[in-house]
Design a protein around this ligand. Structure first.
Ligand code: G6P
Length: 370
């Protein structure tokens, strides 16, 4: 087992550290830096369906659902088509209205999640076209889909998903860019800007791993005894707040909630006191000023502010008690970076609490029964 872990203490840590490579693998051969033309062959297969689609429905569970939620923001912005994101377990039972004009993107690491698989089978019977974004080659969802793109993250052993999530995000980014290119809803300049930003990600993730580890370990040790955590973000960073909270729950058994930063006023703000750590995903993007004012609101109530910020930030950095830094990127790409310190934070809190981070209690890698 020690050999399988490649010198790392746990699969989760190994898989977090593999991300510079797995992120590269997920766009390799699909994205050309010099020429802003993408190849996503699966997408070409269903081109006519996609161009005609009135809407795209994304179906997933767990961490994969968070990747889908971010994709909703990206695809609507870049492709100007309606996107709905559905929990497979709800979607399959509520008799959704589906027909042959619908394209469904299924997001699944294992390709075996029972709820997702049955939701897709039902939708397929009603005429929908299924596009699978799956990690495990030859899995049930990969086989039943009409077309798809593998995430190429390699086997993920840790029960809590890390590298599969970032690979899903990359493929969903490529999907959005390619569809926008096909629909003519993106300028060449914007396409070039986004492809360049994607190309920079592996190195930028490596920078986080090389420069932030000690800092993140200290933050983990400092807050390990908290009873609750709140994770907040807006826009493209809202799904990352949800994912940060889910990771912490899974690995440390500390109760954590992810919320849209502004929506906290409608509930979670009642929990804020000097014992509550509040993690803001506050990287540079169009919502940054708004996020800063949300941070001020937490600070006024004496919450313990932790912020994920872009390198060179001075405002959020001053406000927060602890800061986790990521390199600057394009606002649509930076969620790929912002999630890395949150994965590491939950890992190190789990280690501090001496928990089984690779196999958290009650959780399964793949939920193949209802
Ligand atoms: C389980 C796993 C999660 C995963 C979810 C969906 O809950 O523990 O890590 O996100 O299932 O799995 P899938 O394989 O469909 O992505």
């Amino acid at each position: 087992a020690a050999i399988e872990k490649g010198g790392y203490e746990h699969f989760m840590l190994k898989e977090i550290f593999e991300q510079p490579q797995t992120i590269f693998d997920s766009f390799r051969g699909r994205l050309d830096v010099d020429q802003p033309l993408l190849t996503l062959s699966g997408l070409e297969t269903i081109k006519d369906k996609l161009l005609a689609a009135r809407r795209i429905i994304i179906v997933a569970c767990g961490t994969s659902w968070h990747a889908g939620l971010l994709a909703e923001y990206l695809i609507e912005e870049l492709c100007r088509v309606n996107v709905e994101v559905e929990y497979a377990s709800e979607f399959r039972y509520r008799n959704p209205i589906i027909d042959e004009n619908d394209v469904i993107i299924a997001v699944s690491q294992s390709g075996e999640t029972a709820d997702t698989l049955v939701a897709l089978e039902n939708a397929k019977k009603q005429g929908a076209t299924i596009f699978g974004i799956v990690n495990v080659v030859g899995s049930s969802i990969a086989r039943m889909a009409d077309a798809g793109a593998y995430t190429h993250a390699g086997p993920e052993i840790g029960v809590a998903s890390t590298k599969a999530f970032t690979a899903q995000l990359v493929v969903l980014e490529l999907f959005a860019l390619k569809l926008a290119e096909m629909k003519g809803t993106i300028s060449t300049a914007r396409l070039r800007e986004l492809t360049a930003a994607l190309h920079a990600v592996p190195e930028q993730v490596q920078w986080i791993l090389d420069n932030q580890l000690e800092n993140i370990k200290q933050v983990a040790a400092k807050y390990k005894d908290a009873r609750d955590f709140l994770f907040l973000g807006r826009g493209y960073n809202f799904p990352i707040a949800l994912e940060g909270a889910l990771k912490l729950k899974e690995i440390s058994y500390i109760h954590a909630e992810g919320y849209p930063a502004a929506e906290m006023k409608h509930g979670p703000i009642a929990l804020v006191d000097e014992n509550l750590p509040v993690v803001f995903v506050a990287t540079q993007d169009p919502f940054y000023e708004k996020v800063v004012s949300n941070m001020q609101e937490i600070r006024a109530r004496k919450g313990r502010l932790i912020a994920v910020v872009s390198e060179g930030d001075t405002v959020a950095e001053q406000l927060a008690e602890d800061v986790l830094t990521v390199p600057k990127s394009h606002e649509m790409i930076s969620p790929l970076l912002a999630v890395i310190p949150l994965q590491l934070l939950s890992y190190y809190v789990g280690i501090e609490l001496q928990l089984d981070v690779d196999k958290p209690r009650n959780l399964a890698k793949s939920v193949t029964v209802e």
